[in-house]
Ligand binder design. Structure first.
Ligand code: NAD
Length: 312
């Protein structure tokens, strides 16, 4: 079965494509490569296109709804404190109403802090610019950036920094496969938190990077960023109940070890790897794969309504 993975050339999407392939599905990546990488598309074809290109999307599938929160449960009130949070909530509402109107099934997977890299070292995080704590701390430990800024020294946490729930990207990827199988099995649409239920402070992360790399991480204290919540920790119990999902790779040690290994071996060369295209490019107008179920790198799986006469 072919699965459309929007944003599949990106960090979470590419790990999801690998997990889908390992589970026996064929991931078809749909990505405009604004942030993603050709080299991260290894397990199926790449359709280069923008989600705003309706004609191309229709060409690739049937019409489908474009997808797109101590401890925080799914029923926790959603009061976004940033345009980013508002956009996530809006897409969940779109999905809900699309499901009501057209009978499409969907899963909204609420990632907490995605981190780490593929344990086999094939793919990993490569954002430009990189702003996430773990990769920037690794870069600082390796002397590739002068310093890591630690925000929020006035937080009333034991070490004065914010607490985040870091979840390994491969655990997120595997949750997409379980969510797909759940929907295929007739499961009901739902929103699920994907996190570990445990928070780590910035200083705990820095200490882990120093242990794993054997290098000191230079830090600079900075003022708390407005709109930055102090504690963001998931209650992942519902994902456990609904999908039997539990994180396997999300200890801080494993996260930092896999991220560090990826970074040392691949990341410096990765930005020059774009010509290495394992996937087949599909041009507009060319016959495209038919897909009935869609997964996205933005945390959502959508069942694509079938077309009359379409075969799976
Ligand atoms: N990384 C995290 O910790 C985290 C946590 C929570 C939620 N999220 C959300 O998960 C999603 C993926 O995050 P990521 O870290 O993998 O990001 P990413 O930038 O690595 O991947 C996003 C991919 O989407 C592609 N893309 C962007 N706009 C597009 C468009 N209009 N048409 C087609 N493709 C497009 C990009 O080229 C990129 O490959 C994002 O929506 C992000 O907000 C990420």
């Amino acid at each position: 079965m072919r699965i459309l993975v929007t944003g599949g050339a990106g960090y979470i999407g590419s790990h999801t494509a690998k997990a889908l392939a390992q589970a026996g599905y064929e991931p078809v990546v749909f990505d405009n490569l604004s942030e993603g990488h050709r080299w991260a598309v290894k397990w199926g074809p790449l359709v280069e296109g923008d989600l705003s290109d309706g004609a191309l999307l229709r060409h690739v599938v049937a019409t489908y709804g474009i997808p797109r929160s101590v401890p925080i449960t799914e029923s926790h009130s959603q009061i976004p404190i940033s345009p980013y949070g508002e956009s996530k909530r809006a897409v969940e509402r779109f999905l809900y109403w699309y499901g009501q109107a057209y009978g499409a099934d969907w899963m909204a997977l609420r990632y907490f802090n995605a981190a780490g890299a593929d344990p086999d070292g094939e793919i990993g995080e490569d954002h430009h610019p990189e702003t996430h704590l773990i990769p920037t701390a690794i870069q600082a430990a390796l002397g590739e950036r002068p310093v890591v800024e630690i925000y929020g020294t006035e937080y009333p946490t034991p070490d004065g920094t914010a607490i985040r729930d870091y979840v390994h990207v491969t655990d997120l990827a595997n949750a997409h496969v379980l969510a797909l199988q759940y929907l295929l099995g007739g499961g009901e649409s739902a929103a699920l938190n994907l996190g570990t239920g445990e928070g780590k402070s910035v200083r705990e992360v820095i200490a882990a990077v120093e242990r794993v790399t054997g290098q000191r991480v230079p830090v600079r204290e900075a003022a708390r960023r407005s709109g930055d919540p102090r504690v963001l920790v998931a209650d992942p119990a519902k994902a456990g109940r609904v999908l039997s999902w539990s994180p396997q790779y999300s200890s801080l040690e494993t996260i930092v070890e896999t991220a560090s290994r990826w970074h040392k071996v691949h990341a410096p060369a990765a930005s020059g790897l774009d010509p290495d295209i394992p996937g087949r490019l599909i041009q507009a107008g060319e016959e495209s794969p038919a897909a009935r179920y869609a997964m996205t790198g933005s945390g959502t799986a959508v069942e694509v309504p079938s077309l009359e006469g379409e075969q799976e």
